[in-house]
Design a protein around this ligand. Structure first.
Ligand code: GTP
Ligand code: MG
Length: 148
């Protein structure tokens, strides 16, 4: 089973979309194994988006991510990283398909309400960055109805 790091960004929290985003992952069949509302220190956000540090929008991105608490989650299931990205939609909401989270609830690339890991390797890094305390282990009773 693969794991991915999904985060509702400050605009998603402020707009009351935490429940909606959780519901979509739950209904799709993913298992929630970690979740918390946090106001991360600046250094943690800079580390999270370290790959983008040379981009012109980086300072604005960090300011946006510091504008309020975020809701951090780890979801587990089949092909969780790729499927999570598909559920989020394209980075720029103007190009996100309807039916995706960004395609249904966002308009601007700098206010795209959610984050999802882009590779399995980055998912592992992000999970240890955001959940150094570890995550919950349990078996989901409905799993035999979701996986063959
Ligand atoms: P995340 O799931 O947040 O990592 O988005 P992504 O993987 O779809 O895109 P990427 O990692 O390339 O960029 C991270 C975030 O930076 C995006 O989600 C946007 O919020 C922001 N971003 C990316 N490109 C631009 C841009 O051209 N302009 C602005 N203002 N923000 C951008
Ligand atoms: Mg990214």
């Amino acid at each position: 089973r693969e794991r991915t790091y999904i985060m509702v960004k400050p605009d998603g929290v402020q707009r009351g979309l935490v429940g909606e985003i959780i519901a979509r992952f739950e209904k799709r069949g993913f298992k929630l194994i970690a979740a918390k509302l946090v106001s991360p220190p600046k250094g943690q956000l800079e580390q999270h988006y370290a790959d983008l540090s040379s981009k012109p929008f980086f300072p604005g991105l960090i300011k946006y991510m510091l504008s309020g608490p975020v809701f951090a989650m780890v979801w587990e299931g089949l092909d969780a990283v790729k499927t999570g990205r598909v559920m989020l939609g394209a980075t720029n909401p103007l190009q996100s398909a309807a039916g995706t989270i960004r395609g249904d609830y966002a308009l601007a690339v700098g206010r795209n309400i959610c984050h999802g890991s882009d590779t399995v390797e980055n998912a592992e890094k992000e999970i240890s960055l955001w959940f150094p305390e570890g995550i919950v282990q349990y078996s989901l009773l409905q799993e035999t109805m979701i996986f063959e």
